[in-house]
Every structure is written in C-alpha cells, then in structure tokens.
Write a protein that binds this ligand. Structure first.
Ligand SMILES: *Cc1c(COP(=O)(O)O)cnc(C)c1O
Length: 393
C-alpha cells in the first residue's frame, strides 16, 4: 500500500504510541485525584502542554486541550461571538476554510444573529488582503483565516493578517490544523490570538487537539463542569492523548527542517512528472507558498472519484478533495473559490505525502495515474469530441 492521504490523517509515530502506552495500563489515575499515580497523570499533562507551547512560542497556560481540530474551531468562533457580542456581531473569514469553520459560521449566522463576510482568494488560493481589510467595520470582532489549506495546500500570509487584525483591534483566530508542525508558526510574531490544531494530522493520536488562547482574550468556556483546563473546557483529561500529542508536536518541530526539505523534493518531483507527462491537467494551489507535502491536480475529462477507486485497486490511497466532501457530489468549495469550473473541480486528485514516501513510490504512482487517466479518457465522449476538434475533424 502507498498512503498518500496524510492531509486526512497520519500514521501515529511509533515513539508516540510507545510514550502513550503506560498511561493506559500503569498510570491510569485521574489527574484531579491526590494519590501518587494521579500525580503521574498530572505531570504528564503538564509536560504535554509545555511541549506544545514550545512549538508555538506560547505559554503553557495558553494551551487548552480539546477533542480535536473541529472542536477547537467551534470553540474559537462560538465562544468569541458570545463573549464579544456587545462589541459587535461581525466575523470575517474566507471562502476556503474547512467545514469546521464554515458550518460554524453558518450556524452563527442563521441561529445567533452573526454577520459573516467570506473573503475570496486569488487563482492560487491566497487570501486577498485588500478585500479583507476593506471588509472590516466597527462591528467586526473576529478574523478567522486558516494558516494553510487542507485541499490545495496554499499557505496564507498570516503574519500580514495578524498585523491588520491588531491595527484594527480585532481578534485573530487561525485554523492551523494543517500548518502546525509543518511550517514554523510563532503566535507573537503573527499576532495570533487563537489557534486550532489537531493531534492526528501530525503523527499523533486521534481525538485530541488544542485551542491556543492568548492570555487576556475573554472567550467563554466551551464545556461546563469540573475545573479542568482552567475551567474553560471541563471533563477528565485525555491523558494518553495529551502525552502522545506532546511527543508528536515535539517530534514534528525537531524534524521539521530535514523532513520538509525531503518532502518538498519528492513533492516537486511528483508534480513535475504529472504535469509534463499527462496532457490536459493543472496544478491547484500556489506553486511556492504551498505545504511541503501537498499535490493537488485537476485532470480534464475525468471524474476524480473514478480515479480514486482505480488507484485504490492498485493499493494507492488518495483523496479527491477533503474527506468530508467525498461522498457528496458537490464539487469542492475550495476549487470553486479558486475559479475552477465545475467539471475541472470534479476531476481533481489530492495526493499528500509523508516523510516515508520516496521517488520510487512516486514513479509507481505516476505510472498508475497515467494508465488510469488514459483509460478513463478513452471512455469519455467529451474527450472524444475534444480530440476530434484538435484534429480539425
Ligand atoms: C482535519 C482538519 C480539521 C478537523 O480536525 P479534526 O481533528 O479531524 O476534527 C480542521 N481544519 C483543518 C484545516 C483540517 O485539515
């Protein structure tokens, strides 16, 4: 099997699993209790929080553990809206956010009286900063822009966005689920007030995430109950999850330079081979301001879903957009936002690498894609028409 769907989830690293294991069977105490094994759990949480804070240049007490990226995104938006609604009801976000942001915005708009502005992006998926700044009103309380896109890999100018937010005294949240551990992010340099991340996207466990909340941000509690997470997110902590997440974060930061340099080399080899060897296809997303492991290509005259099924038969795991979009027939909102017509958006394939993928793997994958694209096009009446026109018939 060749796994090329690391934007959907990643393999839990062996050192992460190893670090977690004792916290299931040996140190299983409730961190809020007072005996010795509970103390072990409490220490482990403290360590995990420090490991994560270090990666962001944050303070440990600004890290709040959640059950994942979706929860962190929900919390950031809903609880900021509640806490700041006396100041205003306007939130600015983008058209290319993950559904955890977009569907939360829809909810706030429909049920809670929020006004949401969805900023557009250019043909490479980069947020339009002039449009963003022009959208600011005295009612604007929050700007939420993702650090990097999960479908097309485009990295956003979060430093500039943070500067704009700060100049206008508006809170800045970023969904960094794809970016954390992949590209350097410092919350102070980027003026980030809140940041979402998720363990399973960085070789950590599933079901654990965090929301970074800058000291002084008056966000509401998300879960009411015990005093965990400084009374802002109650519930007995996911101790093994936090341990694994801490190790995964530390590992991602420690290996970042070397790992991503290798990924970029293999990624560009993959992109170049596809673009030069297969006619009528294009790269989606920014060629340079791009996550080290992301390749997203649209192939004309074919359905991405058919391509996926045939790749699966060859043992290749890929995606036609976000895992949440697959299963529905709507084309990806991200591909539509960068201006692709429906038929091109439908023929798209996302391949997201890991450090384990080699050029030899890429050679095999490219040969399979070439054969499958040929076969699917040979069955397409649209392609037949196109070829006839090309030949002047
Ligand atoms: C995966 C992902 C999420 C959701 O994270 P979960 O931990 O799966 O809930 C949110 N935003 C982005 C950009 C993602 O890639």
């Amino acid at each position: 099997m060749i796994y090329l769907d690391n934007a959907a989830t990643t393999k839990t690293a062996p050192e992460v699993v190893e670090a977690m294991l004792p916290y299931f069977s040996e140190y299983y105490g409730n961190p809020s209790s007072i005996y010795a094994i509970a103390g072990k759990s409490k220490e482990a949480i403290t360590k995990g929080r420090e490991q994560i804070a270090n990666v962001l240049g944050a303070k440990p007490e600004e890290i709040y553990f959640t059950a994942g990226g979706s929860e962190s995104d929900n919390w950031a938006l809903k609880a900021t809206f509640e806490a700041y609604k006396n100041k205003g009801n306007h939130i600015i976000t983008t058209k290319i956010e993950h559904h955890a942001i977009l569907h939360t915005c829809e909810y706030l708009e429909k049920e809670r009286g929020a006004k949401i502005t969805y900023i557009g992006v250019d043909e490479n998926g980069v947020v339009n900063l002039d449009e963003l700044e022009a959208a600011i009103t005295p009612e604007t309380i929050l700007i939420s822009v993702m650090a990097a896109n999960n479908e097309i890999g485009t990295i956003q100018p979060i430093k500039e966005i943070g500067r704009i937010a700060k100049e206008h005294n508006i809170l800045f949240h970023t969904d960094a689920v794809q970016a954390f551990g992949q590209i350097p992010i410092n919350v102070d340099e980027c003026n980030i007030d809140m940041l979402s991340s998720s363990g399973h996207k960085i070789n950590g466990p599933k079901g654990i995430g965090f929301l970074y909340i800058r000291k002084g941000v008056k966000i509401r509690s998300f879960v009411h109950g015990g005093a965990q997470e400084r009374k802002r997110r109650a519930g007995t902590e996911n101790v093994p999850g936090i341990v694994g997440y801490g190790v995964a974060a530390e590992r991602a930061a420690r290996t970042m330079a070397e790992r991503t340099a290798k990924e970029i080399e293999v990624r560009d080899y993959l992109i170049n081979r596809i673009l030069t060897e297969i006619p009528n296809c294009r790269l989606n997303g920014d060629p340079v301001k791009r996550l080290p492991n992301n390749c997203n290509i649209s192939f004309e005259f074919i359905e991405g879903e058919s391509l996926l099924i045939m790749l699966d038969m060859k043992g290749i795991c890929a995606s036609s957009g976000s895992a949440c979009t697959s299963g529905s027939l709507d084309p990806s909102h991200v591909l539509l936002a960068i201006g692709l017509p429906h038929e091109k958006a439908h023929g798209s394939l996302r391949l997201t690498l890991s450090e384990e993928i080699t050029k030899e793997d890429v050679d095999f994958v490219v040969e399979q894609i070439k054969a499958i694209v040929d076969r699917l096009r040979s069955m397409s009446p649209l392609y037949e028409d196109y070829i006839k026109k090309q030949q002047g018939k």
